[in-house]
Design a binder for this molecule. Sequence first.
Ligand SMILES: *Cc1c(COP(=O)(O)O)cnc(C)c1O
Length: 398
Amino acid sequence: MNDLSAYHRDTQALHAGRDPDANEGVVNPPVYHCSTVIFESVEELLETRRDRASGAYVGFTYGREGTPTTRAFEDAITLLEGGYRAVVTSCGLGAICASLTAFLSAGDHLLIVDSLYGPARAFCEDFLKKFGVEVTYYPPSIGDGIEALFQPNTKVVYLESPGSLTFEITDVPAITRLCRARGITTIMDNTWGSPFCFRPLSHGVDVSINAATKYISGHSDLMLGIAVCTEDKFIPVKKTASGSGYCGGPDDIYMALRGLRTLPLRMRQHQQSATRIATWLQGRPEVARVLYPALPDDPGHALWKRDFTGASGLFGLVLNACTDRQLAAMLDHMKLFRLGYSWGGYESLAVPTYPSDLRSAQKWEAPGPSIRLHVGLENVDDLIADLEAGFARLAAAA
Ligand SMILES: *Cc1c(COP(=O)(O)O)cnc(C)c1O
């Protein structure tokens, strides 16, 4: 395969993880449907056992540990994010759980950002605490101040920037610098930015997680996760993911690779459309605040501009005070911004959000209810008309 390291990320996204010359000239990699792998001899079988035991995971042993299709996707995302190797998991949450449990044991301390993805918070509360891990939440704006929260048993600092639902930007390099100096492992959820907008490992992060369910696959039709690791973190994450049974299915991996080819194009359009809609929303009397770091007056804008190479189509808005009935009147009848979880597909989505239920380090203050919008690839004027009709229903329900 060509060495792609010198190419622009747009070119890398198109050519990574495929090798027509090694595959009869076929452009895309084959999909291996696989549980069993046949060995030529007992010697070869023992060789793969040694390979697994050492954690090298070079060869193919059994479907759960990955196939050439899995490896193609792992190699592609590794190239884009700049790492040693990656580990595919059955979904984004699987990559989070495997990465956390790889580095934490009973008696260890975990520092975790207060604005993290809700189900990841639930994993800390419902499972890690049960297994004796001490968990402290830190405000996303903490920066260097995180040092004051370090304990002798702090093993992992977990980041997500911008935060889920509220979209605060964290000073990632400030935190990773302090962690590196103390040997604390850093894990970051990079799903909002995708490999196109942010490269966590270039900012000192050890393990970068993407829910490939979202932008990488881009079509709302599969579940998949991936964790890109530095060299010394790969084996613990791989062992934990394999040992906990978090493997991805071959067709889903293939479709994620297919989605990856258009990631740069889609992300540019998501950002352009989201910026126009976010700016339009700022001028609406129903809207108190728009939470989108790509806007020049957003509190996270300077850090976003310094560290990110783009923005996605996902942002929040806080409405002025209104009743639950008014909010439902708006959201129940949207024609393009349909009501549903997840995001990162080609289509627009909306959900009401309840950030105060998911904050413990810092109180969430807002004059009214909040909404999360995913701006898809539809025509922007059509999307604005949909929101405008929604605001008219909200006013009529007063
Ligand atoms: C959706 C999401 C995940 C989880 O991914 P799944 O594939 O749904 O398990 C993790 N982090 C963030 C920020 C997400 O939005």
